[in-house]
Design a protein around this ligand. Structure first.
Ligand code: ARG
Length: 467
């Protein structure tokens, strides 16, 4: 409920002209966004400086007032950054907190800043700038994760592990190849981020409340001062659009989904039963009761953050659906979702980058697992097609019988004797044993994008050239 705000109940000093009394405490509580939108102070001040500079350039306000405004805004910036600024909930949001403080600092000139502007285009600008900067941070973080995977892939281009479908042993692959699958996934996330940055690169400021303004403003000037490619083209859309936030959340949800799949693999791989990896102490925890345990908590939390990020996407989609054009206060609920998802994603990517870099790969365990489960059965079938001229379907059937025999003898395919194999198909020769090892199996998969170590190295080089 209400914090101990000591300010008296008088009508709002920024828009209270037609209101006789101040807001009820509940109204104030539901209406205020300062608790979370204070995060936008830097963007708000930058936007206001660009706006005031343009107003003066266009002769809408005097150069003298502009100078006072810019000086006052810079003072406020340092007050906020040094923790001296007093945020007031009665002033609702970051925009009015800053403007009210500006009035205290520079007097009546402060009142000219809001000429040809509304909080509707102001908040659209501030939030868009914030999301754009967050996307730039995300791009960097994802690049770091890609680099971590590329290094591990290079190191393990020849390390054999079982490849799975249905989490059942399928065919041998290399750990490098598996790492490169994540490079592809995270690489797509990063290109979605880059597209989104381009997509949202238009300045909202100057759309005003919804209809534009009669003042002779220059929206191209503010757009370029704020680093946008240009201004948005429709003032109604500009103040009602939150696609940039939805795009951020969609991208975050897909990226988090990738991280969650990786987290799940790390959890599985680090069990004693799999034993494919050992997590570093830095990214695991012990149990307070079972001394032998080393738990993959960081991976589990990354997996859980995905639920939270997906929730934010659904929350904002639900807020936006059915809103009439243009601005509605519902849209104030956009920020917490995005801030929370951004924080969660940043943490998740950082934790994953650390885990990927630090984990110990247990190549012996991976190799032993790769050879079990008849993982080279397809290689035997392919050999029968190549060397004995069998149609693949027949080769599949012959191989099935070889697997049944091995199962009956409780051994691997490579442990069957030549006589055993010839009893199944007379054309089988000793050369078949060359393809029954896991190394031979992976080395043979030289198709583009396949798991052969040289193919994997080609893909690593392709990504390195694009990092
Ligand atoms: N705090 C508001 C928000 O976050 C700013 C815009 C307010 N606009 C308005 N017409 N009340 O959406």
């Amino acid at each position: 409920m209400a914090d101990g705000n000591s300010e008296t109940k008088s009508s709002n000093q920024m828009w209270g002209g037609r209101f006789a009394s101040g807001p009820d405490a509940i109204m104030e509580e539901i209406n205020a966004s300062i608790g979370f939108d204070k995060k936008l102070y830097g963007q708000d001040i930058r936007g206001s400086i660009a706006h005031a500079t343009m107003l003066a350039h266009q002769g809408i306000i005097s150069a003298e007032d502009k100078d006072k405004i810019v000086h006052g805004l810079n003072t406020i910036l340092s007050e906020i950054e040094s923790g001296q600024f007093e945020f007031s909930r009665r002033l609702e949001d970051i925009h009015m907190n800053i403007e009210a403080r500006l009035a205290t600092l520079i007097g009546p000139a402060a009142g000219r800043l809001h000429t040809a502007r509304s909080r509707n285009d102001q908040v659209a600008l501030d939030f868009r700038l914030w999301v754009k900067e967050e996307l730039q941070r995300t791009e960097k973080a994802l690049t770091g994760l890609i680099a971590a995977f590329l290094d591990r892939a290079e190191e393990h281009a020849e390390t054999v592990m079982p490849g799975f479908t249905h989490l059942q042993t399928a065919q041998p692959v290399t750990f490098g190849h598996h790492c490169m699958a994540y490079v592809e996934m995270i690489g797509r996330d990063r290109s979605r981020v880059r597209h989104a940055i381009e997509h949202m690169d238009e300045s909202p400021i100057g759309a005003a409340a919804l209809a534009g303004t009669g003042f002779p403003i220059d929206r191209h000037m503010t757009a370029s001062a704020l680093g946008f490619a240009g201004p948005t083209r429709n003032s109604i859309d500009t103040v009602s659009d939150r696609d940039f936030a939805l795009e951020f959340l969609s991208i975050a949800a897909i990226a988090a989904t990738h991280l969650s799949r990786l987290a799940e693999e790390i959890v599985i791989w680090s069990t004693p039963q799999f034993g494919f990896i050992r997590l570093s102490d830095a990214f695991s925890t012990g149990s307070s009761i079972m001394p032998q345990k080393k738990n993959p908590d960081a991976a589990e939390l990354v997996r859980a953050k995905t639920g939270r990020i997906n929730g934010s996407l659904i929350a904002l989609l639900t807020v936006m659906k059915g809103l009439p054009l243009a601005y509605s206060k519902d849209m104030q609920e956009d920020k917490e979702q995005v801030f929370d998802a951004a924080e969660s994603l940043e943490l998740a990517v950082a934790a994953m980058t650390g885990m990927v870099r630090d984990m110990t790969i247990r190549a012996d365990r991976m190799k032993a697992a790769a050879g079990s489960g008849y993982s080279t059965a397809t290689d035997l079938a392919d050999w029968l097609v190549r060397e004995a001229g069998l149609p693949f379907r027949d080769a599949h059937h012959v191989t099935g019988r070889a697997v049944a025999l091995a199962e009956q003898k409780n051994c691997d395919l490579a442990d069957l004797s030549l006589e055993d194999l010839q009893s199944i198909h007379p054309q089988i020769t000793a050369k078949v044993f060359d393809v029954l090892t896991v190394e031979a199996s992976v080395a043979s998969r030289t198709s583009f994008g396949g798991t052969a170590p040289n193919e994997v190295r080609k893909q690593i080089a392709w990504w390195r050239a694009r990092n």
